[in-house]
Design a protein around this ligand. Structure first.
Ligand SMILES: Cc1ncc(C[n+]2csc(CCOP(=O)(O)OP(=O)(O)O)c2C)c(N)n1
Ligand SMILES: [Mg+2]
Length: 297
């Protein structure tokens, strides 16, 4: 897909089923891109990229306004990736969106590549912030949303967080700040994959009930199956319907499955850093293809 102008306005007005399959097809291709990138390095945060592909696809193929050939276009919506290690999933989305050439994905993680293993804004077109140090994305998103509103911009700000980032105090300071400033132009999406580097989320720090915490901070809260594209799109629609320039910020809490779409990885013991052997990559691709019923173009 190569778009030359404002992407959101260019999108055809699909009926609901066509809109969903358009996003599902994007997610499918993105999962392949992630596997291919992972194979180049023999490693990578492939489990997260597969788990969050539907979230990335819903944003990039349906929600975000951007110009692929002009990634710094001032009128663009901002997508801020908090979690630097999810860069592999974000690169797949940037390739699908036409911002990064698909052929460039094979340089992932190599010396001099524009696609380093952890997301860096100075290297990659379309990467708004550098991640790595968790818990900062939402704070930057709040400042960005506030700044855009001061400038009279109608652009929206999206922040992609992980459930591990809910352990960080700075996330909650930003959540309160967003409500204080009534940032209706801000949408947070949290990948609740129930996993962190040190183990399962509920063994590291019990953050549940997560929805109640965001609601207590004054946010419009929805919780969905983050691997159900129809549910994701409905949540984005509901968020947009209630959004007002000085209204409540929105959060979409997305329960996802690590390795989603590849049974071999879905069934493997969940690990922050998943090992995939040399002879398994092709099998992963085959399983992904076998489980997908839709159009591939
Ligand atoms: C401030 C900060 N503390 C600790 C780390 C080390 N760290 C890197 S990834 C990670 C796990 C965070 O949880 P999550 O993003 O939910 O992990 P995943 O779902 O990808 O397994 C941690 C603790 C970090 N990058 N930044
Ligand atoms: Mg996690």
């Amino acid at each position: 897909m190569t778009l030359t102008t404002d992407s959101r306005q260019d999108r055809p007005h699909h009926d609901a089923a066509a809109r969903r399959s358009h996003v599902e097809a994007a997610a499918y291709r993105m999962r392949h891109y992630a596997l291919n990138m992972g194979e180049v390095q023999g490693q990578g945060y492939v489990g997260q990229a597969l788990g969050a592909a539907d979230m990335f696809a819903a944003v990039y193929a349906d929600q975000l306004r951007f110009r692929p050939l002009e990634p710094d276009w001032e009128g663009r919506d901002r997508f801020l990736l908090s979690t630097g290690h999810y860069a592999i999933g974000h690169y797949a989305a940037l390739a699908e969106a036409g911002i990064v050439p698909v052929e460039e994905l094979e340089s992932y993680g190599s010396d001099d590549s524009r696609l380093p293993m952890s997301g860096m804004s100075t290297y990659t077109p379309g990467m708004e912030i550098s991640g790595g140090s968790l818990g900062h994305g939402l704070t930057i998103a709040v400042g960005t949303a506030l700044g855009l509103r001061h400038q009279g911009s109608g652009a929206r700000v999206f922040n992609f967080l992980s459930d591990g980032e809910l352990d960080e105090g700075s996330t909650w300071e930003a959540a309160m700040g967003a409500h204080h400033h009534r940032l209706g132009n801000l949408t947070a999406m949290v990948d609740i994959n129930a996993l962190q580097a040190d183990g399962k989320t509920d063994t590291v720090l019990r953050t549940e009930p997560v929805a109640d915490k965001w609601a207590a901070c004054g946010w419009f809260v929805q919780r969905v199956d983050g691997n159900d594209v129809g549910a994701l799109l409905a949540a984005f629609d509901a968020a947009a319907a209630q959004a007002a320039p000085e209204g409540a910020p929105s959060v979409i809490l997305c329960d996802t499955k690590v390795g989603r779409g590849v049974p071999l990885l879905e069934e493997r013991e969940k690990a922050h850093f998943m090992r995939i052997e040399e002879d398994e990559w092709q099998l992963c691709r085959e399983q992904l293809a076998a489980g997908y019923q839709g159009e591939t173009k």
